[in-house]
Design a protein around this ligand. Structure first.
Ligand SMILES: Cc1ncc(COP(=O)(O)O)c(C=O)c1O
Length: 420
């Protein structure tokens, strides 16, 4: 969707030039679904969001009209190259990077394994990597694999599980002269805490280490700014911000040009292509760019980045209000325990809770019968979930997205109340 196709309509937001929730919802065909007679309310955004029409049409348009492999001299191939180049520009605007710093891959996990293997080729015994207890294991396992393969040491920074906050003093204690890289999550996909990645990356830089930020759960809620964060690498996944299943990796120039990446000899050696392997999902690349353009289309502004800044500010306020209602509502339900930081803390609108006497799966199954779609388990953030003593029963997780309404939040609170 272009800036010209900006949303306007009968349900304006309180802020002129920014789309209201009813207008936003009109773009998502999935919201028309009913289940057992109930309209479906999707609280499963932290696991993957719904997709607006513009994203699916960009993908269909690519497949129907421009489908080809890259770097040949006939029109569809030339168009494919242009679509990929344009998508790098769009994603660069999304992350405040440059197009040459944007690589695409199957998902965040695959990109991170690939990067870890590349960086690890230069490291060995005596070298150290710092990971955290709060992170999704996609930002732990690839670095742990180097421990086994290369003999280096992985250290794990503590999280205060009562508050759900990363212990920055512990990070500072662990990052020393032998640290080669600090891998940190910007926001916890399990309990929603936002970590001070700016401080962690500054610390890494100060001590001569590289920094890798997992922004998969952060990017849908807070507009990423790799310049302000000061990271060397950052990964996110378009399917968490209304796009298709594809991962995006930012790598700072000129670092990317120097990494010893595993690659086929004839594959391009230029940045960012050297971080990518084989033929990519071109349609997903087109879709990821369309997802960014959809978000930018929610607000007015002179540039795409300016529109994104406004749209995120507005949507952030809206989701914060919904989250506060959800928090207060669930807190009042007997037998509910909520985990993580309260609404006024720096956090995403993702709530994690348990219901006494119920497993997380059973809660979600019962809520699904009311058309309330939520996720359960440890969400691969198994270290923090184990520390919370919930390895067996797991957490119930509900996330607010751009399309979430007050009415849906009220239905969820009522639905949980009805289980007691
Ligand atoms: C915080 C976080 N990091 C990493 C991942 C893995 O992302 P992907 O599925 O793109 O590999 C997820 C997926 O849920 C996540 O929530």
């Amino acid at each position: 969707m272009t800036a010209g196709a900006r949303i306007s309509g009968s349900h304006p937001s309180q802020h002129p030039g920014v789309a209201g929730v009813a207008e936003v919802r009109s773009h998502f065909p999935a919201l028309e679904r009913t289940h057992l007679g109930h309209p479906v309310a999707y609280f499963d955004g932290p696991g993957g969001t719904q997709v607006p029409r513009g994203v699916a049409s960009a993908m269909a348009d690519y497949l129907f009209h421009h489908n080809a492999n890259t770097h040949w001299v006939y029109p569809t191939s030339i168009e494919t190259d242009a679509i990929i180049a344009q998508a790098r520009e769009t994603l660069a605007d999304f992350l405040n990077a440059t197009p040459r710093e944007i690589a695409f891959g199957q998902n965040m996990t695959t990109l991170t394994f690939h990067l870890a293997r590349a960086l690890g080729r230069g490291w060995g015994p005596g070298d150290e990597i710092v990971v955290t207890e709060l992170d999704h294991h996609a930002n732990v396992a690839p670095w742990r694999a180097l421990e086994r393969e290369r003999g280096l040491t992985v250290r794990m920074a503590r999280v205060d599980e009562r508050e759900g906050i990363l212990d920055l003093d512990d990070v500072a204690r662990l990052v020393g002269p032998r640290t080669r890289l600090v891998a940190v999550g910007a926001a916890s996909n399990a309990i929603g805490t936002i970590s001070d990645v700016h401080a962690v990356c500054a610390l890494a830089r100060e001590r001569g280490a590289l920094s890798f930020v997992d922004a998969v759960h952060y990017a849908p809620h807070v507009l990423v700014d790799v310049q302000a964060i000061g990271c060397d690498f950052l990964a996110c996944s378009a399917y968490k911000f209304y796009g298709p299943h594809i991962g995006i990796l930012f790598g700072r120039e000129p670092l990317v040009a120097q990494i010893d990446v595993p690659k086929l000899e004839p594959a391009p050696d230029t940045a960012p292509e050297r971080l990518e392997t084989g033929t990519l999902s071109h349609e997903s690349i087109a879709g990821a760019a369309a997802a960014v353009d959809f978000l930018a289309s929610l607000a007015n502004g002179p540039t795409r980045r300016a529109r994104l800044v406004r749209a995120f500010d507005e949507v952030h306020d809206r989701k914060r209000e919904l989250f506060a209602r959800l928090w207060e509502g669930l807190r009042a339900v007997r037998g509910v325990t909520i985990y993580g930081a309260p609404p006024q803390a720096r956090r995403t609108p993702t709530i994690a809770f348990t219901l006494r006497g119920w497993t997380s799966d059973a809660v979600c199954r019962a809520l699904a019968e009311r058309g309330l779609f939520l996720s359960s388990g440890d969400f691969y953030a198994s270290t923090i979930v184990r520390k919370l003593g919930l390895a067996e029963e797991g957490l119930v997780r509900a996330g607010c997205a751009v399309y979430t309404t007050r009415e849906e939040v009220e239905r969820l609170v009522e639905g949980v109340g009805a289980l007691v």
